[in-house]
Design a protein around this ligand. Structure first.
Ligand SMILES: Nc1ncnc2c1ncn2[C@@H]1O[C@H](COP(=O)(O)OP(=O)(O)OP(=O)(O)O)[C@@H](O)[C@H]1O
Ligand SMILES: [Mg+2]
Length: 395
């Protein structure tokens, strides 16, 4: 598809020249002399880029940029002016333009700037779409199950989403802790800001610290340049610290400082940075025991445990199993391009009675596997692993 460019300039000869040139280069070009009409155009049509003159009657360039930016947060904008100086250029960029160039326009330079602006716009659009997909995926409707136990969890999520209180999510492996943490972020006022996940068990202590708080060049072997930590990246948003039971006492005291003072220091630096981050943690460990054993600081435990959410194991909410089976059959037959329409009664009753030590992740794997190996249009007992069918309890 051709990229769409809008040229706004009160000098007709200038716009005609540019239009001819850019159309030859494969762009779809619209021209407009009046900035007020240009605003109406952007309101009603989608453009990838606007190239505008800085000095025009009726409206100055800065005002035009600001207005257009409000209408379209993603459109590229290049300002051109015969009276360019550094101050104007800085002001133009600050107001939301992608670039500034001086007249007479150097056509080669213009093509480079157009490319750059359109790439940047595409990236912004892609980012927004990815975010929208995530938001869609973690809408409450996609969290399957209507047991009392799960409804209680969801009601808790809803009630604490609006606050910035720290939340700790407890539950066995595979119960959906990460899913609930993500849903909580996307239900909160921070939903348009960053959501960062860190698995605290995946990194050795020294690396975890620099991962969380960043470091400066030379602070340890291998620190070849300054690096931002996850807390800085999550500023204004939410950080999800998975397996919080695994962090060392040193990192715990730094974490406590983020919570109490809302500030961090990069490893090796003594400069303090302010951050505003909501902390959601998760663990499948008995954290109270860790506090008793002095492996977990008690003060930190209280700070993290402001709102505790407990997700019961799947065997304690068997009502959810049937709904989850249907959900995963749909999901994985789509993913594997198979037309599996259901599951036999026999297979279903085996699955409803099974205890799922691996909880929902285990059920999900069982269904995915069954979909892949099923020969018929329905899942039968043969498609379920023997490890599951052989432990069947009698009615
Ligand atoms: N209620 C639910 N509805 C649909 N899918 C779910 C639900 N709960 C969990 N899942 C799915 O089950 C899988 C495991 O969930 P998740 O990773 O959130 O669990 P977890 O508690 O973080 O596990 P672990 O302790 O092993 O890290 C994921 O694929 C998730 O999408
Ligand atoms: Mg997890």
């Amino acid at each position: 598809m051709k990229s769409k460019i809008l040229i706004v300039d009160d000098e007709v000869s200038q716009t005609a020249l540019l239009k001819g040139f850019l159309e030859k280069k494969g762009y779809e070009v619209t021209t407009e002399q009046d900035p007020l009409n240009a605003i109406t155009l952007v309101r009603n049509q989608e453009f990838d880029l606007m190239i505008a003159d800085y000095r025009m009657p009726k409206m100055n360039g800065l005002q035009l940029i600001k207005t257009i930016r409000e209408i379209d947060p993603e459109i590229g904008m290049i300002m051109a002016s015969a009276f360019g100086n550094i101050e104007t250029a800085v002001e133009v960029i600050k107001s939301g333009a992608s670039d500034f160039m001086t007249k007479p326009i150097d056509l080669k330079e213009l093509l480079v700037l157009i490319d750059r602006s359109i790439d940047k716009k595409d990236l912004l659009v892609e980012n927004r779409q990815l975010k929208d997909i995530l938001k869609e995926k973690f809408k409450f409707e996609n969290i399957i199950g209507s047991s009392n136990a799960l409804s209680e969890v969801m009601s808790m999520v809803q009630r604490c989403a609006k606050s910035s209180a720290n939340v700790i999510i407890r539950g066995e492996s595979g119960t959906g802790k990460e899913m609930i943490a993500t849903a909580l972020h996307f239900a909160s006022q921070r939903k348009d800001r960053t959501f960062i996940k860190v698995n605290c068990a995946a990194l050795p202590e020294s690396l975890l610290e620099s991962e969380l708080f960043g470091h400066i060049k030379g602070s340890f072997t291998g620190a070849i340049s300054d690096r931002k930590g996850k807390f800085e990246e999550a500023d204004g948003g939410t950080i999800f610290l998975d397996e919080i039971g695994e962090i060392s006492l040193t990192t715990q005291s730094k974490l406590l400082r983020v919570i109490q003072e809302k500030e961090i220091e990069r490893v090796g630096s003594n400069q303090t940075l302010k951050v505003d981050v909501r902390i959601i943690t998760a663990t499948n460990k008995n954290i109270e025991e860790a506090v008793e054993q002095k492996e977990m600081r008690e003060d930190l435990y209280y700070r993290l445990n402001v709102v505790p959410i407990y997700i019961p194991p799947l065997k304690a909410r068997r009502e959810d199993i049937i709904q989850l089976i249907d959900h995963f059959i749909l999901k994985y037959s789509k993913e594997n391009q198979k037309t599996i329409s259901g599951i036999t009664q026999e297979a279903k009753s085996i699955l409803v009675k099974y205890d799922y030590p691996g909880n929902i992740r285990e059920l999900e794997n069982i269904i995915e596997r069954a979909i892949v190996i099923a020969r018929d249009e329905v899942i039968t007992k043969k498609d379920i692993p023997v490890t599951v069918t052989s432990v069947q309890k009698e009615d």
